[in-house]
Design a protein. Structure first.
Length: 401
């Protein structure tokens, strides 16, 4: 059988620790035997980020803008301990943060569902995709611990010097105050990313805020979504038989529990943070979750939602056996390859991605899995495989297909 040829290179962002080990195994066992992989390689491993003064991260994001599709391995976000461990020149910023700032995107995360690993919510038959706005609100807040009696005011001073002023509270004793913001620009790109992703994946889009209480702030989100939908997306949604609807966050939470899934749930930054944790926990494991950053200009970066699995890596370095789940990293590759196939009109690449995903899920459904899944499965008689043998088992399933 001849290998599948690619046209445009994928931007390949290599990473750290256990996921870096899995990365190579996946390429060697599951990709390179079948595809003449064309990638532009960026080594985002911490050592190389340190050597290049983190320029490599910026270069990889710029390359993503140029080519349109990237696949990223999990990377270490340095803290004080890492600075010591890797003798870093400085505490480099989170690569994901740097890349998101350059690509300006929304993060979409969806559980990978498989028979035998059942969601706690029984009627969830299809994955629920969370679309989390990744800018502003409480994540970029300013807070004051009010020491005692006094007046708190909200003041905006325009570029022309004009003031808008409102009383927040007349305090008669100690308390707390908080200032948060967002921008029309960021909300607009959030909205566009959500509408594009819904069209792309042919799923309905839900959006919810607390606009009955937050009549200006949350209402602005609602209005921007509505305006963009009406002017730019309504026709396309109708043509594809898709629905966009806005509802109150309380109503959305109640409805989510009663649906069978299969839609995109767009959330403000904080709601997205907690709701994605809820959805992923209800579905079993972080290693069974896809994650893609979509920019409003239509650039895609696929990754795993989990980290570098440090504890497993140290075992591996000690020569001990590991059973690390590679599903999310495999799905990062298949997501990126499928998108590349779609953009370049290479249908073999798209069917390869479909087939590899199917082989991965069938392997688990046949009872062969890593330890994390064995602990939560409802299946009897499972075989727990080590990191390498799990990937090899997927290859056997794939070849048999
Ligand atoms: P983590 O790598 O997600 O791992 C936390 C724990 O979750 C692991 O110790 C393991 O539990 C379990 N786990 C996660 N992924 C797994 C997998 N694929 N298979 C099996 N078990 C899995 O989080 P962390 O240990 O807090 O962070 C490690 C490093 O990753 C940090 O340096 C952090 O900066 C980085 N990080 C990167 C990203 C990213 O690049 N997107 C995201 C988050 C964190 P057991 O040990 O109990 O088996
Ligand atoms: Mg969280």
């Amino acid at each position: 059988m001849s290998k599948i040829e690619m046209k445009t290179p994928l931007v390949e962002m290599d990473g750290d620790e256990m996921t870096r080990i899995l990365w190579k195994m996946i390429k060697d066992e599951l990709l390179e035997p079948y595809i003449n992989l064309k990638t532009e390689y960026y080594d985002l491993g911490l050592e190389n980020r340190n050597e290049t003064d983190d320029q490599v991260t910026i270069d990889s994001a710029e390359a993503t803008k140029k080519y349109g599709v990237a696949v990223k391995c999990a990377t270490i976000t340095p803290n004080a301990a890492r600075v010591e461990e890797y003798k870093l020149k400085e505490m480099w910023k989170s690569p994901n943060g740097t890349i998101r700032a350059i690509l300006d995107g929304t993060v979409f995360r969806a559980p990978i569902q498989v028979k035998g690993i059942d969601p706690c919510v029984k009627n969830w038959k299809k994955p629920i995709t969370l679309a989390r706005h990744a800018y502003g609100d409480v994540y970029k807040n300013v807070e004051i611990r009010v020491p005692g009696a006094g007046k708190a005011e909200l003041v905006f001073t325009g570029a022309d010097g004009k003031e808008i002023r409102q009383t927040i509270q007349e305090f008669d004793g100690p308390g707390v105050i908080q200032g948060v913001h967002n921008t029309d620009k960021s909300i607009t790109s959030f909205a566009k990313s959500c509408f594009n992703y819904a069209l792309d994946t042919k799923q309905d889009l839900w959006f919810a805020t607390k606009d009955t209480i937050s009549k200006t702030y949350d209402h602005r989100f609602k209005d921007i979504f509505e305006e963009i939908y009406e002017t730019e997306y309504k026709e396309k949604f109708e043509k594809n038989g898709l629905e966009y609807f806005y509802t109150l966050i309380d109503d959305a939470v109640a409805r989510v529990m009663k649906t069978e899934g299969g839609f995109i749930w767009a959330c403000k930054n904080y709601d997205g943070d907690v709701m994605s944790d809820m959805v992923s926990s209800a579905c079993g494991s972080l290693a069974m979750m896809t994650s893609v950053l979509v920019s409003p200009s239509g650039v895609y970066e696929y990754e795993a939602a989990h980290g570098t699995v440090q504890r497993h890596y140290y075992k591996h370095l000690n020569g001990e056996e590991t059973s690390t789940n590679s599903v999310a990293t495999i799905f990062a590759w298949t997501g990126a390859l499928r998108k590349r196939g779609e953009l370049d009109g290479i249908s073999e690449l798209c069917s390869f991605a479909d087939k590899l995903e199917k082989a991965t899920l069938s392997t688990i459904e046949s009872g062969k899995m890593t330890k994390d899944l064995a602990l939560i499965t409802s299946m009897d008689n499972v075989t727990v495989l080590n990191s390498e043998n799990f990937i090899k088992a997927i290859r056997e399933t794939f070849d048999a297909m």
